[in-house]
Design a protein around this ligand. Sequence first.
Ligand code: F6R
Length: 261
Amino acid sequence: MEVVIVKDAKAGGELIADGIADLLRRKPDALLGVATGSTPLPIYDALIAQVSAGSVDASRARIAQLDEYVGLPSGHPESYRSTVLRQVVEPLGLSPEAFMGPDGSAEDVLAACEAYDRALSEAGGVDLQILGIGTDGHIGFNEPCSSLASRTRIKTLTEQTRVDNARFFDNDIEQVPHHVITQGIGTILEARHLVLLATGEGKAEAVAQTVEGPVAALVPASALQLHPHATVVVDEAAASKLKLADYFRHTFANKPAWQGI
Ligand code: F6R
């Protein structure tokens, strides 16, 4: 696992956007897996800036959503479909056809999960998956004790995650759905490169357990240890509980560790 410690969230976003730009130069129609939430916004901002400046062409990029709330009416502004369209697809100038995601308002949610998992494979698989991490160690919405082999399926959010996400719903936890569709951990592990960004002290414990703890269903992000090409980008605050922080600084600071994205 590459663990890159950066000064702050902006630096992390720029580093990852550079990696995505490199990928798009090599593979213009790369399938980018995107997470939602606050953490990846600096990545999207930096990538959109590069595209606007003409330093990378993203016009053939394809975008795949990681997870979705179940039961929000279609078009709800906080659905992850709406969020990804607003934050990534539209600013990159892509058409909605370049975007794929699970249908959280489907009548048959189980069928929608299976269909999405299949669609990801049929699209050739995700080239680079951007991940955030929950304070409880979740990736996507794979909450603690998710099977490390899980596929796209319906999950129940923990109370902690609903509290964490209430800020997107007028700080009213009652509005936060209980159920979600999420790519499973086994599905996520099929992406060719996993890039997890974590920023802020609130993520420090989850990062330490992910990077230095045992692989355990209790910390779903620890499954990244099983992936041959996983990069964890953390700011100083999120790195504050890493025992090996100095080693990571020494190893990955001055060279583009992830040149081969
Ligand atoms: C959402 C997702 C989640 C978030 C995580 C952290 O698509 O994948 O795993 O990344 O809940 O959220 P933020 O970044 O808002 O702290």
